[in-house]
Design a protein around this ligand. Structure first.
Ligand SMILES: Cc1cc2nc3c(=O)[nH]c(=O)nc-3n(C[C@H](O)[C@H](O)[C@H](O)COP(=O)(O)OP(=O)(O)OC[C@H]3O[C@@H](n4cnc5c(N)ncnc54)[C@H](O)[C@@H]3O)c2cc1C
Ligand code: SF4
Length: 284
């Protein structure tokens, strides 16, 4: 399967308006974290909070529902969430930590679980990883240039940004959308060798591709992730549909995941042909 192993997949939409009002897509990440906190399944969550600089996220160890909800929504630049794991455990005393991250960040957590160099007794306190789908990401300066020079909108006036259907769109005092191809040059170079769109190593992975607007395609990949999803659905946290009953469904996701892997493979071949260093052992 192009998008990795999973036990269950659902189309989900959070029912709580306080979540859907601020969430990026179906509010799966925020609603699930709030539910897990309520149930004592987690005692904290690393999320991408807001800093004093508009749209520059900073990792936050959220220990209340209010803090989780305040960090909802996608910020299209790096939030170094993995860097907060040690502090969450050693300084804040989290015993059952959830970590939200892009697929590359979930890789880092998995590596930390396997080889906890410099972080002994830390990874065993990670109770749940929630990976968000990711096609590409931007440097902060790149993001600012896209918004201010291409969309011609001051970044501080932006209320939401979105990538989808071939466009980079922003909601501000006026809504603006530009072709996604205009943004490619601002992507982080590392993204061009990245082979994971759907957070294949997360306990739960979620994103918008495959489901209608306002919904999320959500995989339960591990036993613990799938159990949390099932409990939350049974508790009425989400409206839930089978993926087979929504459009465009999994075929689109499969196509885009395969395209990302193929693009990365071609980029690696190109780098090799130029004699550039390529990290050994990249899996396609
Ligand atoms: C750089 C980037 C590229 C993406 N590309 C795609 C894509 O191509 N296709 C797709 O379907 N989905 C993509 N997503 C995911 C999508 O935008 C949503 O984040 C995801 O669908 C979850 O929506 P939600 O409503 O469940 O999340 P919400 O309930 O709104 O919660 C989002 C969670 O993600 C955290 N978060 C926000 N920004 C970041 C960040 N930069 N790094 C780490 N955590 C963050 C927030 O703090 C919050 O906890 C991308 C996300 C990012 C950050
Ligand atoms: S494209 Fe890959 S490397 Fe770049 S931010 Fe997304 S998951 Fe990480």
């Amino acid at each position: 399967m192009a998008f990795g192993k999973y036990k269950e997949v659902y189309a989900l939409k959070a029912k709580d308006n306080a979540v859907t009002g601020v969430a990026q897509d179906g509010g799966v990440v925020t609603a699930l974290l709030c539910y897990a906190l309520d149930q004592g399944i987690i005692d904290g969550a690393i999320v991408a909070g807001n800093s004093e600089t508009p749209w520059l996220p900073k990792p936050v160890v959220a220990t209340t529902k209010e803090e989780i909800i305040a960090a909802a929504g996608t910020k299209y630049t790096i939030s170094p969430n993995v860097a907060a794991v040690k502090d969450a455990v050693r300084e804040m005393g989290c015993d059952k930590l959830a970590v939200v991250g892009t697929p590359c960040q979930i890789y880092a957590i998995q590596k930390m679980r396997l080889y906890p160099f410099g972080a002994r007794h830390v990874p065993d306190k990670i109770a749940m990883t929630i990976g968000i789908f990711c096609t590409e990401n931007f440097t902060y300066q790149g993001l600012k240039t896209i918004i201010e020079d291409h969309c011609k909108v001051p970044i501080e006036s932006v209320k939401k940004m979105e990538i989808g259907k071939g466009k980079f769109s922003i909601k501000a005092d006026k809504d603006v959308a530009i072709p996604i191809k205009e943004t490619h040059k601002y992507e982080q170079p590392g993204d061009h060798v990245c082979t994971d769109l759907t957070a294949e190593f997360a306990d739960i992975a979620t994103g918008s591709i495959g489901t209608p607007d306002g919904w999320s395609t959500t995989f339960g990949r591990t036993t613990r992730g799938t159990e949390l999803l099932k409990k939350a659905i049974a508790a009425g946290v989400f409206e839930s549909k089978a993926m087979a009953d929504v459009q465009p469904g999994l075929p689109l996701l499969e196509k885009l995941e395969a395209a990302k892997k193929d693009k990365a493979k071609k980029h690696v071949e190109e780098m090799k042909s130029l004699g550039l260093f390529v990290t050994p052992g990249i899996i396609y």
